[in-house]
Design a protein around this ligand. Structure first.
Ligand code: NDP
Length: 248
């Protein structure tokens, strides 16, 4: 897999899955822009980790939910680096609660960041990609977008929405050499799964045929493949990375 000469923007590249994606794309030769919103320290850790392995990266702050910040951020990236070849829509948040009592603000915030945030970034990145006649858009959705989850109606709705967004963008951009695909992780070992109590953890594990949580690198590997030349004929698809938990 060779991504040398490519510029990749990874939203939420400062931590978790996004950091692993930055490292994986950089190891394939891409120059990586590590986006973050609140943790410059974490973003710099990602940049340092990429550089320690001989890769190229720098951090750029913008809130993906704020259209004007996204436009400014992408303009600056293009002014600095001349192009954008790869966009990984990874940044996401949760504001869990049962629908009956969910605050309107928790619904709106999850939609604004998880769903509209991807639209904002795709809108800003797609023109330069179309002009270049080459581009890769990979969006991180979730198994929850397929199954739903009690207490996560806002998150599930946003993640399901990303699939419709991805398929529509795939159809709009296919003739210009730009692909758009999704990666749907199941349960991945992150700060989130570390916080689960033993009973819930055991119940989830019993529903995963492989009997283990995934690693951030498992997700990053699928993202890198979809960004590669080897995946040139794949568009509008979702790769599930879930240990067999859902076979869609
Ligand atoms: P983390 O909570 O570890 O990291 C979230 C990242 O998103 C951080 O880099 C954060 O930046 C960034 N971010 C949050 N809000 C914004 C914003 N408004 N603008 C820009 N960046 C923002 O997340 P994970 O690594 O666990 O998850 C990454 C993606 O994978 C998410 O979309 C999530 O829904 C999805 N996913 C995760 C699963 C899991 O098991 N962990 C399972 C299925 C899907 P900062 O550091 O600056 O705060």
């Amino acid at each position: 897999m060779n991504l040398s000469g490519k510029v990749a923007v990874v939203t939420g590249g400062s931590r978790g899955i996004g950091r692993a994606v930055c490292l994986r794309l950089a190891s394939a030769g891409a120059r990586v822009v590590v986006n973050y919103v609140s943790r410059p320290d974490a973003a710099e850790e990602t940049v340092d980790a990429v550089k320690a392995k001989g890769g190229k990266a720098h951090a750029v702050k913008f809130d993906i939910g704020a259209a004007s910040e996204v436009q400014t951020g992408f303009k600056e990236i293009i002014a600095d680096l001349g192009k954008i070849n790869i966009l990984v829509n990874n940044a996401g948040i949760t504001r869990d609660g049962l629908v009956a009592t969910m605050k309107e603000d928790d619904w709106d915030t999850v939609m604004a960041i998880n769903l509209k945030g991807a639209y904002n970034c795709i809108k800003a990145a797609c023109r330069p990609m179309m002009k270049q006649r080459w581009g890769r858009i990979v969006t991180i959705t979730s198994v929850i977008g397929f199954t739903g989850n009690a207490g996560q109606a806002n998150y599930a709705a946003a993640k399901a929405g990303l699939i419709g967004l991805t398929k529509s963008v795939a159809r709009e951009l296919a003739s210009r050499g730009v692909t758009a695909n999704g990666v749907a992780p199941g349960y991945i070992e992150t700060e989130m799964t570390d916080g689960l109590n033993e009973k819930i953890r055991d119940k989830i594990l019993s529903e995963i045929p492989m009997g283990m949580f995934g690693k951030v690198e498992d997700v990053a590997g699928a993202v890198a493949f979809l960004c590669s030349e080897e995946a040139r004929y794949i568009t509008g698809q979702v790769i599930h990375v879930n240990g067999g938990m859902l076979m869609a």
